[in-house]
Every structure is written in C-alpha cells, then in structure tokens.
Design a protein around this ligand. Structure first.
Ligand SMILES: CC(C)(COP(=O)(O)OP(=O)(O)OC[C@H]1O[C@@H](n2cnc3c(N)ncnc32)[C@H](O)[C@@H]1OP(=O)(O)O)[C@@H](O)C(=O)NCCC(=O)NCCS
Length: 210
C-alpha cells in the first residue's frame, strides 16, 4: 500500500512578494457570512425559473464550465463521474439551475453542514446573463433555499479569479466579510480542465520551464 503523498509547503512572506512555483496560481479569497436573510430585493421576473440541477455528470460539467470557465472554476471538475454524482445526490446539497427562455443561465448551490451552518458553495451566471438583474433574482432564491432550513449562519467565499464585483454584490446581498485567505493551486488549464486560452486575457498561462 502506498503512503499518502506528503503535502508540499511553500514559505510565504507575511510582507512582500512570494514567488509561485511554475504551474501554480494564487488567489486572494474573501469569506463572508450572514446570520439572518434580508428581505428579498429583486423585482418579479416571470421570465426566470429555478429547476433542479441535472445530476448527469457530463451535463452538469457543461453548465459548470459555461458559467465558470471565465473565472477558472475547477472544484467540481476534479471529481470523477461517481464522486460528482454522489455529491449532487447528497441530501445536504441543494443545487438549482436558473432557466430563462428554456436555457440554463445560472447555477446556485447551498451545502448544508452538520453544525447548523450552510455554505453558498456555487453561485454564478453564464457570461451573457451577467448584468441584467438575474443575479439579484437568483440571490433572493438562494437565500430562500438556505434559510428554509433552520441554519444559524450562511457563509460564502469568493476569490480574485471571480467577477470583480462579486464581493460588492455579496455585501449588497447582506453578507459581511469576516476573513481572507491566500489559496495556491494548480492552474486548471495546465491540468487539462480548460483550454489554455481560457481567461488568458486576465490570467495568461505561464508555461513552466522544461
Ligand atoms: C456575481 C454575479 C452573480 C452577479 O450577477 P449580476 O448579473 O452582476 O447581478 P445583477 O445584474 O442581477 O445585479 C446587480 C445590480 O444591478 C441591478 N440590475 C442590473 N440590471 C438590472 C435590470 N435589468 N433590472 C433590474 N435590476 C437590474 C440589480 O438589481 C442589482 O442591484 P442591487 O445589487 O442593488 O440589488 C455575476 O457577476 C456572476 O455570475 N459572476 C460570475 C461568477 C461569480 O463571480 N460568482 C460569484 C463568486 S463565486
């Protein structure tokens, strides 16, 4: 039997710059929380509906990529078919797809913990739907889903790879920032989850030296 791989450590400077190993990306993560939901804010949108998210791994990954490619989302792409299907079918996950004119345009997922807390684990729209009020409508729906169960706290985190207005959007949604972290991870394009040109205008691939 193989021993589990030892985690690798990188000494980060607490002030100044820390050079990243080739093939790695780093982002600044902001954690936010909410203990009580504010009243819903979005106007009525008869053009929008919420449906259960597909549990078919390929269909799910296609939607996840349409929303997340620009922001280099990769958490769900690292899961095998079986692990993804298990995650999506889990009793503690509420996953809903936002639909407009028969087309999926957004995704939101609330993961309920065993500690009376929940996390807004995924929240986003396809690029063409951003900026038209659908995000606010989806947030009202997400908060309703989360607080439909007796939770004491809802958290969310967003990072510098996400939409530049995401933190402000979450604050306007009633979340309070409470913590930051630096996350270092493999570049998902070099790991093969996205083509190399994905999001390259903001985050060009830096080719590791051979
Ligand atoms: C974060 C995200 C969901 C926000 O969605 P958005 O489309 O920018 O948000 P909206 O246009 O719905 O809302 C922005 C504001 O404009 C208003 N607005 C814009 N167009 C509108 C319209 N046509 N009608 C009504 N309101 C409108 C909204 O009411 C809202 O105002 P408020 O915040 O004061 O309530 C979106 O940017 C996104 O999907 N980003 C990519 C993924 C991501 O970064 N996710 C978050 C981190 S995990």
């Amino acid at each position: 039997m193989h021993a589990p791989a030892e985690p690798e450590f990188l000494a980060c400077r607490i002030d100044g710059y820390t050079e990243l190993p080739p093939g790695k990306l780093a982002n600044l993560v902001t954690y936010l929380e909410m203990t009580r939901p504010p009243p819903p804010r979005a106007p009525a949108r008869p053009d929008l509906t919420l449906v259960e998210t597909t549990r078919d791994p390929d269909a799910y990954r296609a939607l996840y990529r349409r929303i997340g490619a620009r922001w280099l989302w990769m958490g769900r792409l690292a899961l095998s078919d079986a692990a993804l299907a298990r995650t999506l079918a889990g009793p503690r996950l509420v996953s809903r797809t936002l639909v407009r004119a028969g087309e999926a345009i957004g995704l939101m997922e609330v993961a309920f913990g065993e500690d009376g807390e929940a996390e807004l684990a995924y929240f986003g729209l396809v690029p063409e739907a951003i900026g038209g009020g659908s995000g606010r409508w989806l947030m009202d729906a997400a908060l309703a889903q989360a607080f439909a169960r007796p939770i004491a706290r809802l958290t969310v985190h967003t990072c510098t790879f996400d939409h530049p207005d995401a933190v402000a959007f979450y604050v306007r949604s009633g979340f309070r920032p409470y913590k930051r972290a630096i996350e270092i991870h493999d570049d998902p394009r070099l790991a093969g989850y996205y083509p190399r040109e994905t999001a390259a205008e903001r985050w060009p691939v830096i080719q590791p030296a051979t």
